[in-house]
Design a protein around this ligand. Structure first.
Ligand SMILES: [Zn+2]
Ligand SMILES: [Zn+2]
Length: 256
């Protein structure tokens, strides 16, 4: 009986109960019979349950020929059921509560909040287009602060360098890009090996205690070079005055 059933070809009718199928039966020793199966009341069984994306399968017993036949698609797919979304690092991800498929993602970064870039830097969103940055995980001696960062596909201009930005005691040389207009208090805190700072800003305001944790002797050796093409003489004088107040030497601060 079962061997014969496997050779049946069921054609699902698109209309009606979805429980009828036209079949050609070629059972050995019996004449060819062609008829449309018709389900016996109460014979319906679920063979395969529907998932979020695939239809289910039901079987029926034919009231005319007594054979069991299956109808693929007799159970509608459930479709996905979205959760309320979870936010991680500014990216909101909606998943299906049944199958965990990711249904949608959206960027939800907000002003004043902190995020991590793909390079491991910590940024605080200052406006729709600007951030402040802490260049974490510094393992190289020379560090260039990036002029822009990308978080979840959104590009921000880096305008401010945060306090303790370089994770202490490794960095010897720091380059500040032209996009940066401000160094927050304690930017170079604990950077005891720092000897060189290159500044490409047009104008740079600096917070207090930029070099906290660095001895007076080491501060006296830090050389600052300001890009003459970018910064005016007036802005340079103001910056030099401030850097000297914070322990750097006149002869080491140059605009060229
Ligand atoms: Zn039948
Ligand atoms: Zn699902």
């Amino acid at each position: 009986m079962k061997k014969v059933l496997r050779s049946l070809t069921a054609v699902v009718l698109s209309l009606g109960m979805m429980s009828t199928a036209t079949v050609s039966s070629f059972a050995a020793g019996s004449p060819s019979v062609v008829h449309t199966h018709s389900a016996k009341d109460g014979s319906e069984k679920v063979v395969t349950v529907a998932t979020c994306t695939t239809k289910g399968v039901k079987s029926y017993v034919c009231k005319d020929c007594g054979k069991t036949y299956e109808v693929v698609g007799a159970i509608d797919a459930n479709n996905h059921s979205s959760d309320a979304g979870t936010v991680v690092n500014g990216l909101k991800t909606y998943k299906c509560t049944r199958c965990s498929a990711v249904l949608k993602t959206e960027t939800v970064m907000t002003t004043g909040s902190n995020y991590t870039t793909t390079t491991g830097a910590t940024v605080t969103v200052l406006s729709a287009t600007t951030t402040s940055i802490k260049v974490k995980n510094v393992t190289t001696k020379g560090v260039s602060v990036p002029s822009s960062v990308v978080v979840n596909g959104v590009t921000y201009k880096v305008t401010t360098v945060k306090g303790d930005a370089f994770n202490g005691n490794v960095v010897t040389s720091v380059t500040i890009p032209s996009s940066v207009t401000k160094l927050n208090a304690k930017t170079f805190s604990g950077d005891k090996k720092l000897t060189t700072i290159k500044i490409n800003s047009k104008k740079l305001t600096v917070g207090k205690n930029l070099f906290s944790g660095i001895s007076a002797k080491k501060k006296a050796k830090i050389k600052v070079t300001v890009n003459k093409k970018n910064m005016s003489a007036k802005n340079f004088y103001n910056l030099r005055k401030e850097l000297m107040k914070q322990g750097l030497k006149y002869k080491n601060i140059k605009r060229k």
